[in-house]
Design a protein around this ligand. Structure first.
Ligand code: MG
Length: 395
């Protein structure tokens, strides 16, 4: 990289945020001209303070207002401004960084991601909900502000790295590890506990996304993300199970060529690609040794055991607010599962019931595409309420 880059990390203490910090620290240690503008976190003051002391941002924000005093006290004398509450996180996004990592999990990431986009920044998107719930809104905002949206998810980074389309692209295949229950029977899946569901075989991640991997909703959300990022129709996207997570996705071209990106599963690779784009930068991840690995295997996904995949396709094809409806239903269902209030298989069942309702009178009014963040919030709230009712009836 030639010119100095100012970077901001939103969701700095989560799994992607910490990997981003590691990539930045490695670049700083090599003497690369990077400055950290802002760091924002949800509620983990200790981790945020440790990061701020190492990365020396101009501004540190914590979403949880009650943690403000603790953050202020811990960073006194460090020479970094401090803010607390949701507005402080938006302020972090609005500050003049060239490059913003949007890695806040869930709907809370939407407003700051949009704020960074609206001021024309290069936004590295790790917050799935932004595109899943507000894909049209976000891509329109990026176009208007001249912002660049870059993928961070390993699959979308892989597609982006081999992208020559869209005119020559026949099909895009997203690979999936299949999660911890790839081989489990329905009877076994019915007994799955939260602890079992959050133990992912190849990628260490947060609880919500780990459950989404176990139910394959994560792949469903990624399908919707890919549709927006690459302007490709849902029926030209498919999913392939690849348990070793070495091939991160494939693009099929009209001449029969299939291009793929490979690498040891480590988030620092797609993060470094997004940070250095359109160049590349060094990062000390473990290197791929195919001779040692010997076997890469593949299988078709089973939509009977993983109905969330089918639901995501349905939502992607229906477009409009359907993808936001599916996302909100899933967030409520997963949270209930993690609290032990519902079973593992019920997550898909709850999602299916809510998606059915989106076709009927109860939710039809909100199934159109949201044109503002307020409209999206209204959809989100209505669906969460509706899903809690479904949950109460299912128990
Ligand atoms: Mg992924």
């Amino acid at each position: 990289m030639s010119a100095a880059r100012r970077v901001t990390i939103l969701g700095a203490t989560g799994s992607v945020g910490l990997s981003t910090a590691a990539v930045v620290e490695e670049a700083l240690a090599r003497g690369e001209p990077i400055e950290v503008e802002a760091l924002a976190a949800g509620r983990d003051v200790d981790k945020l303070v440790a990061l701020a002391k190492r990365l020396r941002p101009r501004f540190a924000a914590i979403h949880d207002e009650t943690q403000g005093p603790a953050l202020r006290e811990a960073l006194a004398g460090v020479g970094c401004a401090v803010g607390a509450g949701p507005e402080a996180v938006v302020e972090a996004a609005e500050r003049p960084a060239d490059w913003v990592m949007a890695a806040i999990v869930g709907a809370a990431g939407l407003a700051p991601t949009l704020a960074a986009t609206n001021r024309g920044a290069t936004v590295a998107l790790a917050n799935k909900e932004s595109l899943v719930c507000a894909g049209d809104l976000l891509t329109r905002a990026a176009l208007k502000a001249g912002a660049t949206l870059l993928p961070v998810d390993s699959e979308h980074s892989a597609i982006f790295q081999v992208w020559e389309g869209p005119e020559w692209v026949e099909k895009v295949t997203l690979t999936a590890s299949g999660g911890p229950f790839r081989k489990a029977s329905l009877a076994e899946m019915a007994r799955v506990t939260p602890a079992q569901a959050v133990a992912h075989p190849t990628w260490p991640m947060g609880a919500k996304i780990s459950v989404d991997c176990a139910t394959m909703m994560n792949k469903g959300l990624e399908l919707i993300e890919a549709m927006h990022l690459f302007s490709i129709e849902a029926d030209r996207l498919d999913v392939l199970i690849h348990p070793q997570s070495i091939i991160h996705s494939l693009v099929h071209y009209v001449d029969g060529s299939v291009l793929a990106q490979l690498g040891v599963p480590d988030m620092r690779t797609p993060i470094a690609y997004a940070l250095a784009w359109p160049d590349r930068m060094a990062v000390s991840t473990p290197r791929l040794d195919l001779a040692k690995l010997q076997t890469l295997s593949f299988e078709a996904p089973d939509e009977d055991r993983f109905p969330n995949l089918r639901l995501a396709w349905q939502a992607a094809k229906a477009g409009g607010g359907h993808t936001a409806i599916l996302n909100a239903a899933n967030e409520v269902a997963v949270a209930a599962f993690l609290r032990g209030e519902t079973g593992f298989l019920e997550i898909g069942e709850i999602n299916a019931r809510v998606m059915d309702a989106a076709e009927g009178p109860s939710l039809a009014a909100i199934a159109k595409s949201p044109s503002s963040l307020d409209e999206l919030r209204a959809i989100d709230e209505t669906v969460r309420h509706f899903t809690r009712d479904v949950l109460a009836r299912i128990r």
